[in-house]
Design a protein around this ligand. Structure first.
Ligand SMILES: C=CC1=C(C)c2cc3[nH]c(cc4nc(cc5[nH]c(cc1n2)c(C)c5CCC(=O)O)C(CCC(=O)O)=C4C)c(C)c3C=C
Ligand code: FE2
Length: 431
């Protein structure tokens, strides 16, 4: 694993290094939090931690457990996917740009604390006040928590005087064949993607950010997600989705900077405020797992164009073998069905995206008795139209997988460039 955008100030990787509390505060910028939340800065935070006994009871924070919040790009994009996701879309309830600015400043300070395992704010031991931190992550390690922030196209609708700044690629996705979108899983003015190796840590982050937003923004929709944990798969192979197939094999290499600039990071072709940022496409896809479970292994493999056990393209044995869409059998029939998911998604191989999806299971559909389970598909790309839309158009028309899935939610967000200590997330747009 290469810490692509999360190195320390000298450019040295911060992994495998024990951090003192002073280093931890410098790294995460938690020192600004007390000021923003009306507390008394570093001293206040440290005093609060000691007063609550957290420092004594908390496990020692290893740097391997911390993904730095500050950097040239936001974390949670190239970061190897953590085990759990708590995704939240918010609607703004204010029409004043200054309120949005203030919210993002407060979120920045809170995010620096949350991703370092610190309590939020300094008023955590005053018996006469509600504690500033809700407390359920007290004593837990940071668990590689990342918080990734974005703005949706609705932010540019005229409420905030930002219409002229909307990048042309940032627009609600067009309708695709077979869509069955439900408004409660769509859209949002702002989003926060919280990922961590512990669900309680990820949930705590979203809960506290929502709490800080009160009076300025409210939750619109949320979705929790999971992958297998590091404990269950110590070798860290490609995770499997709920259909039993390895999912993520064909992703571009996040350690290849040139490829990331080509596929993910916005450059000089984008408005200045998005340079170093990226666009996120989110689709809540319900999987018809009961139908899938009745299909044969060979049907399943033909659906993806890959072998289930190894993840290799049909006809190959190595998971990472190239998809050879020209290969034909003795009768001249393509070895990999042209309408398989991999073949259609791959196309001629020139249009790529970085997928970072999570499985979800949200209980049962009481009307059918079927599980409401599937994939919260998340992809990052520098151009939504040229990348996500062009691939999804192909898939929605012909993909064999369509028989087993239905898209129920949809949203797109512009994920800001990373933030330097002293700045705030979204500053390039709102500052
Ligand atoms: C528009 C983009 C895509 C959507 C929506 C999508 C949904 C979706 N995918 C799977 C499972 C797999 N996808 C795989 C490969 C793959 N999928 C996309 C794009 C979308 N998928 C791309 C670009 C690729 C890579 C193609 C390539 O160049 O090789 C695979 C194969 C293994 C892998 O490469 O990850 C699986 C499995 C599900 C279950 C799903 C919706 C629920
Ligand atoms: Fe896919």
């Amino acid at each position: 694993m290469k810490p692509t955008d999360n190195n320390d100030a000298k450019g040295a990787p911060i992994f495998d290094k024990k951090l003192s509390r002073r280093e931890m505060l410098r790294l995460t910028g938690a020192s600004g939090l007390g000021l923003l939340l009306g507390g008394s800065s570093v001293g206040g935070i440290l005093a609060a931690r000691e007063a609550t006994g957290r420092a004594a009871s908390a496990p020692q924070v290893s740097s391997a457990d911390v993904i730095p919040f500050y950097g040239s790009h936001q974390a949670g994009i190239l970061t190897p996917a953590q085990n759990f996701l708590c995704f939240a879309a918010f609607d703004l309830t204010t029409t004043r740009l200054a309120d949005v600015q203030k919210l993002l400043q407060s979120w920045t300070a809170a995010a620096a604390a949350l991703t370092s395992g610190s309590l939020i704010g300094s008023a955590n031991d005053n018996p006469n006040l509600p504690p500033t931190d809700t407390g359920e992550a007290d004593g837990l390690t940071p668990s590689k928590c990342t918080l990734t922030f974005g703005v949706g196209p609705a932010m540019f609708d005229g409420r905030f005087g930002l219409a002229a700044k909307r990048p042309s690629t940032l627009a609600d996705l067009p309708p695709f064949a077979g869509d069955s979108l439900e408004p409660q899983w769509c859209g949002g003015d702002l989003c926060v993607q919280a990922c961590a190796d512990d669900m309680q840590v990820a949930f705590h982050a979203i809960r506290n950010l929502a709490r800080i937003a009160r009076g300025t923004a409210v939750l619109r929709w949320t979705q929790e997600g999971f992958q297998r944990t590091g404990n269950a798969d110590p070798k860290g192979g490609t995770p499997r989705n709920l259909l039993g197939f390895k999912d993520g094999t064909g992703n571009p290499d996040v350690t290849d900077d040139a490829e990331m600039r080509e596929v993910v990071w916005c450059g000089s072709e984008s408005p200045a405020w998005m340079q170093g940022g990226t666009y996120m496409a989110v689709r809540r896809v319900r999987l018809r797992i009961e139908v899938w479970d009745r299909s044969t292994l060979s049907d399943q493999e033909a659906t993806f164009g890959r072998h289930r056990q190894s993840g290799a393209p049909i006809g190959a044995t190595d998971e990472f073998a190239k998809l050879n869409l020209e290969a034909a059998d003795a009768e001249g029939k393509p070895v990999i069905p042209p309408d398989s998911h991999s073949a259609l998604a791959h196309g001629d191989g020139t249009v790529k995206m970085l997928r970072r999806s999570y499985s979800f299971s949200s209980g049962m559909d009481l009307t059918t008795g079927q599980l409401d389970a599937g994939l919260l598909f998340i992809s990052f790309q520098k151009d939504l139209v040229k990348q996500f839309v062009s691939i999804q158009k192909r898939l929605s028309k012909n993909d064999r997988l369509n028989e087993y899935m239905v898209h129920t939610g949809s949203a797109v967000f512009a994920c800001f460039p990373g933030v330097r200590e002293g700045g705030y997330i979204g500053e390039t747009l709102l500052g």
